[in-house]
Design a protein around this ligand. Structure first.
Ligand SMILES: C[S@@+](CC[C@H](N)C(=O)[O-])C[C@H]1O[C@@H](n2cnc3c(N)ncnc32)[C@H](O)[C@@H]1O
Length: 219
């Protein structure tokens, strides 16, 4: 018997999801796919979905309590273009999204893992940059906000070391991103934003990776 995909219409059950599911079928429409990993209480994802009604928005979160808070927020906002998945972020990116399928990935305040012995737990590293390069569509974007500069620097280095990307701006750090939603962490801490985008012209066919690492913004 086919497993039930969702019990509440919003949270998808990972065990019922096939590898690289048909997102158009899940959402009931073909639309650009936006992903946020580590959605916390869901405030950014709700803002994203409200401001991009033409997009299908997926939120991935490892913590059940946060996921339920986010689900309640999505429900209260009466949004049909959001689905949530309880799953580890890099696993979700690898397993659930086909090459050239994502229009954007957003990371807002990913856990910084300050202690040296814990740093390998950080979500973004070189391998992640490569994986994302394959999953993003040409012209797709990666945007990360953090208040922890060493992590931001590490992310820039990870994207620089992946030949699939090239810089858009001369200075990789910027201090402003007007119009971008500020989550509770952004309201509390001075955030740094790393933003990368892929360019239409330079995607190398051989590696199937989009070209263009873009912006690191600080404000
Ligand atoms: C510091 S909080 C930021 C929450 C939210 N993005 C915001 O800005 O308000 C980090 C969030 O990422 C989630 N998280 C951490 N590592 C994760 C991973 N590998 N995959 C998915 N979620 C993760 C945590 O459970 C937590 O909700």
């Amino acid at each position: 018997m086919e497993e039930v995909l969702t019990l509440d219409g919003i949270i998808l059950r990972p065990q019922a999801l096939p590898v690289r599911p048909d997102w158009a079928k899940i959402f009931g429409r073909q639309a650009p796919l936006l992903l946020e990993i580590g959605i916390g209480n869901g405030e950014f994802l709700v803002w994203l979905a409200q401001n991009n009604p033409e997009a299908n928005c997926v939120g991935v979160e490892i913590d059940r309590d946060y996921l339920e808070k986010a689900r309640n927020r999505v429900r209260a906002a009466n949004l049909a273009n959001v689905r949530l998945i309880p799953m580890e972020g890099s696993k979700a990116l690898s397993r659930l999204f086909a090459p050239d399928s994502l229009s954007a990935l957003y990371l807002n305040f990913p856990d910084p893992w300050h202690k040296k012995r814990h740093q390998e737990r950080r979500l973004v590293n070189e391998a992640f940059a490569w994986l994302l390069a394959s999953r993003l569509k040409i012209g797709g974007q990666f945007l990360m906000v953090t208040d922890y500069e060493p992590y931001a620097q590490e992310v820039v280095e990870a994207f620089k070391s992946c030949p699939a990307y090239e810089p858009l701006w001369e200075t990789p750090m910027r201090t402003e991103l007007p119009g971008y939603y500020q989550t509770k962490y952004a309201r509390k801490w001075l955030p740094l934003v790393a933003r990368f985008s892929t360019s239409a012209s330079a995607k190398p066919k051989a590696s199937n990776c989009p070209n263009g690492w873009r912006e690191l913004i600080r404000w």
